[in-house]
Design a protein. Structure first.
Length: 344
């Protein structure tokens, strides 16, 4: 069993295409993107994300629903989790790729699975109703239920969004200057409650989750690399930050900033600086990833350090790092990190 998720609009798309390649499903337009930047244009009125209408499935080439977060027991034991459903529609065939992972901080262990297959029939266009290989998610309008199972860990959660959703880019929509478009919104702080069973032991857990939903026909946005951060600060703020790299060189960065109260703001390029610090070499693949990160967001400096170093998801193809982290510096909190293409 193997696994993967994808945390930013473009990144999750690329990774999903790579996964499709692993099961010999061809994707059109697989040429390297060498553009210097991505240009945004105002979203046409008919293309803007509208909720809860857009929680459900769409007739787009690619779509995914992503949940990840931090859980704790009454005794303070900390776990990370991730559950992601991808769908790609090609020539009348719907391919499903589903990822699930649990990070057990106390045991210093990381457990993941990837499931692949074809889906018959359509999922709900009115709400979230997803199921694949015994993994499932149901919900709508910021109230979701999740079920996951990997190794001896069985997770059942109820999630309730604590804030209005963040419509990334212009009202949740972006067009690329090289062709293609995507819709993207996030729920950056969802209250999480439920149980985590480890073998015969059942633990009550609470915590906070992050949700991303993205869909579209994304043109030639392929073979790029990225670093993505979903940050939940203890003072009630959330930050999404990313940078995209082509041939090792940063080509684009951006994100969003959600204050403790009030509407979210789109972060400008000059309001974000993302700097890797140190190196960690995977004992499984030999891939070398940053050991931690310095993020400058507006006037604050945040240190993002993985809770455990070994949260790499490795298969024959692809290989990437995704997991939970701690935040220190100008503010404290916890974060989710996704790193792709450090093995190229």
């Amino acid at each position: 069993m193997e696994k993967k998720s994808f945390r930013f609009h473009i990144p999750r798309y690329i990774a999903f295409v790579l996964l499709c390649g692993a099961v010999a499903v061809p994707m059109p337009g697989c040429s390297r993107c060498e553009r210097e930047a991505v240009e945004t244009v105002p979203a046409p009125a008919g293309e803007r994300v509208q909720l809860p209408r857009d929680d459900g499935a769409h007739d787009s080439l690619l779509e995914w629903w992503y949940w990840a977060g931090h859980l704790k027991t009454g005794a303070g034991r900390w776990f990370g989790f991730e559950l992601v459903f991808f769908e790609v529609h090609l020539v009348g065939v719907t391919l499903q790729v589903t990822h699930h992972a649990i990070t057990d901080i106390q045991d210093r262990s990381f457990h993941y699975r990837i499931e692949m297959g074809r889906r018959l029939g359509r999922v709900s266009a009115q709400a979230i109703d997803l199921s694949h290989a015994g993994l499932w998610a149901k919900g709508a309008d910021g109230r979701d239920r999740l079920h996951g199972r990997v190794d001896e860990y069985r997770l059942d959660l109820e999630l309730v969004s604590q804030k209005a959703p963040v419509l990334q880019y212009d009202r949740g929509y972006i067009e690329f200057d090289f062709g293609g478009h995507t819709h993207y919104y996030s729920r950056g702080r969802m209250d999480a409650r439920g149980t985590l069973r480890i073998g015969d032991q059942e633990l009550a857990v609470t915590g906070s989750a992050w949700f991303d939903h993205q869909w579209g026909d994304m043109g030639n946005v392929l073979e790029q690399s990225w670093d993505w951060f979903g940050i939940q600060l203890d003072d009630g703020r959330e930050i999404m930050a990313f940078r995209m790299r082509v041939s090792g060189e940063e080509k684009l960065r951006g994100g969003s900033y959600s204050p403790a109260e009030g509407p979210p703001l789109r972060l400008k390029t000059d309001e974000i600086e993302i700097t890797p610090q140190g190196e960690w070499k995977s004992p499984h693949t030999g891939c070398v990833y940053p050991r931690q990160w310095l993020l400058r967001i507006k006037d604050q400096e945040l240190i993002i350090k993985p809770a455990i170093e070994d949260q790499e998801l490795y298969t024959s193809f692809p290989r990437y790092w995704e997991g939970v982290a701690e935040v220190s510096g100008s503010a404290t909190g916890r974060a989710l990190i996704e790193l792709n293409s450090y093995c190229r």
